[in-house]
Design a protein around this ligand. Structure first.
Ligand SMILES: [Zn+2]
Length: 376
């Protein structure tokens, strides 16, 4: 409760004061946090603008208000209305909050322009850092087990549940949101008794959906790299730069650490995710228990690192808003920004639609052999 309230106050401060200002030869510009998104609309990049605004401010704010609502009810020992639906949506909001990624993006963009112009950090910048930190602490200190226990108690497992035997063979499924074991109906589907989440023995058409999203991401990855992600106009001369071009530029400037950050976030992570998820989809059908643990770890890693690729999109958002001194020095977004943002979003969705339980399904031939009692 304290952390969530603190984070909300920090966010309120972050949106009401100047964020960063820059000046070059007497001409300057000062921006507020929300302008990092709204400036993109001026350049017909409204989809990217909406993504930026949602991930850095709107969704975190919704999350924090939800946490305060829940905790207020729990502290009074009488949960407020809609507590269960709100608690259920927290876990779905979590991966889409990217305040910490935005800070990395903001720092990278400041380093990029440090040589060209004078930069001054506003109160809002520090408030936003505090907000990102408090948001991180809030998500870390929220205990889902305790939350669901306090909201709805701990119902017993369905009668006849046997331990040490796979749930799918017993017609059971664990809830990914609250952890409760539920009995599925004849179609392998039910709603969780405690939180109301939709449960399936295995996510329907998991592999097909993941393949489709991966294909979409692979297609979008081409324009994301071939088109310029932004165009810098300096003294009337326009120089477009692609993602790789930006990395090369940083190396030429001597900023090795930043170049590595951008290269890892914009090239290694998205390509690695595409390769890793495709491999998991291919292997899901012929996974055995020995390899399943390693493959599950690989899946968790791809799920965890996915959001960090947004760094480059945030760099563009920040620079486009800040660097507006006409022909003297200005930066405009390129078509690759939208393409790259959609690569990040579709690979994140692909990781969500992939059902890691498929990795633990022993092949049918093997399963019948064990059921008949013969040793493997
Ligand atoms: Zn549940």
């Amino acid at each position: 409760m304290a952390l969530a309230l603190g984070a909300l106050i920090a966010l309120a401060l972050a949106v009401s004061f100047p964020f960063v200002s820059f000046s070059v030869s007497g001409i300057g510009n000062r921006i507020e946090l929300t302008q990092t998104a709204t400036s993109l609309i001026d350049f017909d990049q409204s989809l990217v603008a909406i993504t930026v605004l949602l991930t850095i401010a709107v969704l975190p704010a919704v999350y924090l208000v939800a946490v305060v609502w829940l905790q207020f009810g729990l502290l009074r020992q009488a949960p407020l209305p809609a507590s269960r639906s709100i608690a259920r949506s927290l876990s779905h909001l979590h991966p889409w909050m990217m305040a910490d990624v935005f800070i990395v993006g903001a720092l990278v963009s400041l380093i990029k322009i440090a040589g060209m112009a004078e930069i001054e950090l506003g109160i809002s910048f520090w408030a936003f850092c505090a907000f990102a930190l408090l948001l991180l602490f809030t998500t870390q200190s929220l205990d889902a087990d305790w939350l669901w226990f306090s909201l709805a108690g701990e119902p017993l497992a369905p009668p006849g549940t046997r331990t040490g035997e796979p749930a799918s063979r017993q017609g059971l499924a664990g809830c990914a949101t609250c952890g409760l074991v539920n009995r599925l109906d004849d179609h392998g589907h039910c709603r969780c008794r405690r939180c109301g989440e939709n449960l399936h023995a295995r996510l329907p058409h998991s592999l097909q959906r993941t393949w489709a999203l991966l294909a979409a991401a692979a297609v979008m990855y081409l324009p994301a790299n071939l088109y310029p992600i932004m165009t810098t106009t300096s003294l009337g001369r326009a120089t477009p730069s692609t993602i790789i071009g930006g990395v090369v530029e940083l190396i030429q400037m001597g900023s090795w650490p930043v170049a590595i950050v951008i290269f890892v976030a914009s090239v290694i992570v998205p390509v690695g995710k595409l390769v890793a998820l495709s491999w998991l989809c291919l292997m899901a059908k012929r996974s055995d228990e020995l390899k399943a643990a390693t493959r599950t770890r690989l899946y968790r890693l791809t799920e965890f690192i996915g959001r960090w690729s947004m760094v480059d999109v945030f760099v563009v958002a920040m620079l486009v808003a800040l660097i507006r001194a006409g022909a003297l020095l200005s930066i405009t977004p390129g078509p690759a920004a939208l393409a790259f943002a959609s690569v990040v979003v579709s690979t994140m969705l692909a990781a969500m639609t992939f059902d890691p339980r498929l990795l633990w399904d022993t092949p049918p031939a093997e399963a019948t052999r064990t059921a008949q009692g013969r040793p493997r």
